[in-house]
Write a protein of this length. Sequence first.
Length: 229
Amino acid sequence: MKILYVSPHPDDECDNAGGTLTMLSRHNDIYVFYLTDGRLGSPNPAERGDELAHIRKDEALKGLTVLGIDQSNAYFFNYPDGALSKFIYDGVKTIMPVLKRISPDIVFYPSTLDIHPDHWAAGKIIVAAIGKSRLNPGQLSYLNWEPRPSIDVGIMLKYIKWKTLRKKAIYVRVTDFKDIKFKCMEKHESQLRYLNESYIDRFFNADYERFYIERKTPNMDLLASLLHA
């Protein structure tokens, strides 16, 4: 099968799905779309910019090798980190021909309920691109930054929708792949040094990765069999 993973930033493929992608890379063609350039990926303003964007691209390619993914299957769209929501129309137009050329059987993408603006924008772009391309892949979303009860009406609505969506969650056991997943993260040196213990524990010590079924197709049953073999 051809499987597409949509990553808002270089490293989102690692913490959210590193174990799952490692399993699938053994017998499937894995493609990764990186939508932003990651230039803002540092709490230190002096480290941000073109050089960091270049570093993060190199880190992403090295990380894919750890997961068993061919570097030539990585696509970098280089939208400005932190501003993807301003490029939704352009993103759909730019991504659609690449999406059609690959014609994936399964697509993993960020949930539009994610409260990070680049994440929900990435989800919105890929959902629209899939619709306009008239492809019919199985669709699974993932949620990095979960919505919480809030006085903000938009976030509160996302929280309510997420509570409903949780019923469609599937959990992939990645216990045997946690070491590989963390080795992938180690390639993202520019990011790893700023991760706190709670984030590392949540994403790299967890025995499961969680996804939400957005569109089920016959290929989803094959996917399930591969992940539980």
